[in-house]
Design a protein around this ligand. Structure first.
Ligand SMILES: [Zn+2]
Length: 443
């Protein structure tokens, strides 16, 4: 990175953010929003702190554009998952730096990225340069649990004026060196549909002193085995198919392309199979009778992830196919399916990502991914039609260490990558400023 001043600035801001414990639950994100507001005020930016819960406020800072260019939202959540002390080599909320490596809860997910987006906005404000469209930093609460309705789901509902044409959020930007020598950098363009369900499996209840073969607990165990043993057919979303094509993996069918990608990199081996099929994974088993009573039913609790465009019917069909027709069961969704939005890739923001990668890593290819998890990109895509990508370049941090630390001990990121992320956000804002607004956004 060209500017050592910005590098120190983003590292220091990330450390300060980590020192504010925003473990969710309970969150208590307001002090993090206040810290950011004080930081941005020094760059001349006014911030709004808003939300339905005073302890869990969101921050919004807008840098007004001077023309009719596309608007860009820089998104980052302020909450983190809790950090039980087991396994940490340093205290998780101190913002420890060891040989250029920042270690602490939120270093990777995502106070480091949050700091990079804030520093980029501050730098744009300080520079006095006029972009054609607005750049809006949104630092939102409650992403990790998304149960309190105080974060991005609240913002898109209560503050439609925050709508932007484009958004950059968490999720990807990882440099992968493939087995055949090529380099790819991932970008998240969509995410799977996420939900949970209960499969209530029945049997014949009664006194345990006279057991029958038709035991609900045994039947539930059979259901678990069958769910684990069943794989949905591969469905490659068009975006991913294009990416496979760009990488030269189109020789066979979808299964072959997936097998090829799997052989190319251990992270693709984990990501690609999840990206191309619906999964229903047993995560719990419940039956509630005393030990001497055979219960009439037992519940298998499952996590379910469907592809963009799929819905409850696809999940029901998957379960029916897996379980066969000799079990007596009923399926109930524990919460409505959520997520499953996807953004197109023929956009100026996507090209900005490509150009940035090409500039920094000549010859590397951008690989669009569907996230197996859920991010707040879903809300802005769903409510506002915003083109949202998960992209924050991780070019210097050892990827295994980076991945292993997310939601776990010794979460880390190289300071060089915080600087890289800052540069990318600046680059993307300037590149978009030269693009036309999308037709659908013009009034
Ligand atoms: Zn996150």
């Amino acid at each position: 990175m060209s500017d050592p001043g910005l590098r120190d600035e983003v590292l220091e801001l990330a450390r300060e953010l980590i020192r504010i414990d925003t473990s969710n639950p309970p969150g208590n994100e307001t002090p993090a929003a206040e810290l950011l507001a004080a930081y941005l005020a020094r760059a001349g930016l006014e911030c709004e702190l808003i939300g339905p819960d005073p302890a869990r406020l969101n921050l919004v800072a807008r840098l007004q554009g001077g023309g009719d260019g596309p608007s860009l939202m820089l998104m980052a959540h302020t909450d983190v998952v809790p950090a039980p002390s087991d396994g940490w080599s340093v205290p998780p909320f101190e913002g420890h730096v060891r040989d250029g490596l920042l270690i602490g809860r939120g270093a990777a997910d995502m106070k480091g990225e949050l700091a990079a987006r804030a520093v980029a906005l501050a730098e744009l404000a300080r520079s006095g340069e006029e972009l054609a469209g607005d750049v809006v930093l949104v630092a939102e609460a409650d992403e990790e649990r998304n149960t309190a309705g105080v974060g991005m789901s609240w913002l898109v509902r209560e503050r439609p004026d925050l709508r932007c044409d484009y958004a950059i959020n968490e999720g990807s930007g990882w440099l992968l060196e493939l087995a055949d020598g090529r380099r790819v950098v991932t970008v998240s363009v969509g995410e799977k549909v996420v939900g949970s369900l209960r499969i209530r499996v029945r049997g014949r209840g009664g006194h345990a002193s006279v057991p029958s073969g038709n035991n609900a607990v045994g039947n539930a165990a059979t259901a678990v085995q069958r769910l684990l043993g069943y794989q949905a057919p591969v469905l490659v979303p068009p975006t991913v198919e294009r990416a496979f094509g760009a990488l030269g993996a189109t020789a066979g069918g979808a299964e072959e392309a997936v097998a090829w990608a799997r052989d190319q990199h251990p992270h693709l081996a984990e990501l690609i199979p999840a990206m191309v099929r619906l999964t229903v994974t047993p995560t719990g088993l419940e039956a509630t009778e005393p030990a001497n009573v055979i219960p009439p039913c037992a519940d298998v609790i499952c996590d379910c992830r469907a592809l963009p465009g799929q819905g409850e019917e696809d999940v029901r069909a998957h379960v029916a196919e897996a379980l066969g027709d000799d079990l007596d069961y009923e399926l109930e969704f524990l919460e409505p399916l959520e997520g499953g939005t996807e953004s197109p890739v023929d956009t100026p923001l996507y090209r900005a990502c490509e150009e940035y990668v090409e500039r920094r890593l000549p010859g590397a290819v951008l690989l669009p991914l569907i996230e197996p998890g859920f991010t707040d990109s879903h809300w802005v895509r769903g409510a506002h039609g915003t083109v949202a990508y998960g992209f924050a370049p991780v070019f210097s941090t050892d990827l295994d260490a980076y991945m292993d630390g997310i939601h776990a001990a010794d979460e880390c990121i190289q300071a060089a990558d915080l600087a890289e992320m800052t540069e990318f956000n600046l680059f993307a804002a300037r590149a978009l400023s030269r693009a036309a607004r999308p037709q659908s956004s013009r009034s």
